[in-house]
Unconditional design. Structure first.
Length: 231
């Protein structure tokens, strides 16, 4: 009889750490009426010395507080950088709008990129017939020549960032080409191809295919609206 009764009983299962953790999560007030258990709890410390639960909680809170301060500091730094970028971009756009003539427009663009934004190399190449714009000092090349020399950079309206081929660098940066390690390029067009923006860095890793191009695309859209006035 005793054997039969024992056989009918469900087998006893060992309680795992996960079971205890799940129970305590579901019963957050478990220790409220069990001060004796709470006071007796000790936790292992990396130093090998046991610490009380309260000490461990204080340590965790301190670590989390330091982490939150670091994150907050990063957010504040990013906000300051964004404010500075906005101010510089605003000044550049206003300068482009107020430019008196095509040369003034190109000079304003290059001067701002080099001095205000700290770009190593900046070049704005325009498409047109040089014979029809002899009074223009800005670099101007026939559109057919441009598509023959750098077709892959001009076939889409998207920016291209990274290390360019030597012939592409030569077309975009001329005598400065050998010093350019990486570059960002975006075509200009408004109904028709207008030109191409090229900014470069001495660092081969500065411009990469994974970087954002929102700023460059925005400036390109501004130039797309202004350049047709002169061409």
């Amino acid at each position: 009889m005793d054997v039969a009764e024992n056989n009918n009983k469900a087998p006893v299962q060992d309680i795992t750490e996960e079971d205890v953790a799940l129970y305590l999560k579901s019963h957050s007030g478990f220790f409220l009426k069990r001060d004796d258990l709470l006071l007796g709890l000790e936790l292992a410390h990396p130093s090998g010395k046991a610490v009380s639960l309260l000490e461990r909680q204080v340590s965790l809170l301190r670590e989390r507080n330091m982490d939150m301060r670091t994150r907050l500091g990063g957010l504040m730094e990013n906000a300051e950088d964004n404010d500075q970028l906005y101010d510089k971009t605003q000044q550049l756009v206003l300068g482009l709008i107020e430019a008196q003539g095509l040369d003034s427009l190109v000079n304003t663009f290059n001067r701002s990129l080099l001095s205000d934004f700290g770009i190593d190399f900046s070049n704005l190449t325009l498409f047109g017939n040089p014979d029809q714009h002899r009074k223009v000092v800005s670099r101007m090349v026939p559109v057919d020549d441009a598509f023959e020399k750098v077709p892959s950079l001009l076939k889409s309206n998207n920016a291209t960032c990274g290390v360019l081929r030597p012939e592409e660098l030569q077309f975009l940066f001329a005598d400065q080409a050998e010093h350019v390690g990486s570059a960002a390029v975006i075509p200009l067009s408004h109904s028709n191809p207008l030109g191409v923006i090229a900014i470069g860095s001495k660092d081969p890793h500065h411009f990469s295919s994974s970087m954002g191009t929102l700023f460059l695309s925005y400036i390109a859209e501004v130039l797309n609206r202004l350049i047709p006035r002169y061409l």
